[in-house]
Design a protein around this ligand. Sequence first.
Ligand code: 8OZ
Length: 366
Amino acid sequence: MTTEKLFTPLKAGALDLANRIVMAPLTRNRARAEDDAPYDIHVEYYAQRASAGLIITEASQIMPEGKGYAWTPGIYSKAQIDGWKKVTDAVHAKGGKIVVQLWHVGRISHTSLQPGGKAPVAPSAIAAKAKTFDGTAFVDTSVPRALETDEIAAIVDAYRQAALNAIEAGFDGIEVHAANGYLIDQFLRDGSNLRDDIYGGSIENRTRFLVEVMDAVTQAIGADRVGIRLSPLSNANAIADSNPMALFSHVIDRLNPYGLAYLHLVEGQTGGPRETPEGTDINALRKRFEGAYMANNGYTRSMAIEAVESGAADLVAFGRPFIANPDLVARLQQDAPLNDLDRGTLYGGGREGYVDYPTLDSQAAA
Ligand code: 8OZ
């Protein structure tokens, strides 16, 4: 029996976790086309993975305008809350814990995905040199419209309502998606935020939207049920900043007083190399945070064991390995081989490549 710390319980804020292995948020584009609600296959998919210490759901839009790809789920309507309730009940019945990742894509969208075919909204009217998937093809993201100052409070309020909806849907908490070049990240970075109001200019001003969102969600459901994901040194979705170390040092200083459940960092390029440019240091950022730390990006079994054993991380989030291995925790515990990932079924479709990956038990029985 393995006794490595990776496999031992952790209390992160209000989250009582059976082990330190986390299922990372993973966009799978299988929500119901009519209303962006989870289907019964989502119930099956997440329940199959309930042995994770914590499941973070796929990113889920907080409002219709927050959507940027075909078939991503929402967490703003009754049908969506009802669909998610089935998911959380099934995960809890198997002893797991699950939080929903709250998402607004900002400019990473296309007019065809927006209510009324309008332009997506963003801090500034600068198109991202990025692609999205509109349900048929990969298309260039649309030129966004810059938000008016007095429109921002309604988006903050949608985050607050989504956090309340999450609790109604039975989630153990939420993760604020502030990573990968989406709306919050667009406000933070000077490559996408050219505003001249209180939400733009200085690092403090660019951090204001994030702080307002964190104030809203922590007041709504308690900071000990709120985690946050950042990708400080990633250029995902063509995001850019002139001084990410200064920016994210400030961001983490602002996060510390909340007493959040955890900080989740994408170390390096999202889903890509862990290396970061000369003069940048993800460890310095990680060490600045005073609460539980969740590491992510390309971790292997031995890297995860070592990171938790040494205290470099409290939790390790696995993405692609959790898609292909519903029983990833058992496989890591036993040092068993992992299933290969089928890239062709990552985004969109039905059961295939979603709920049909074998477990060690089903493989032994075959
Ligand atoms: C892959 C495809 C579409 C969206 C992210 C939510 O990068 C995503 C995402 C990933 O955070």
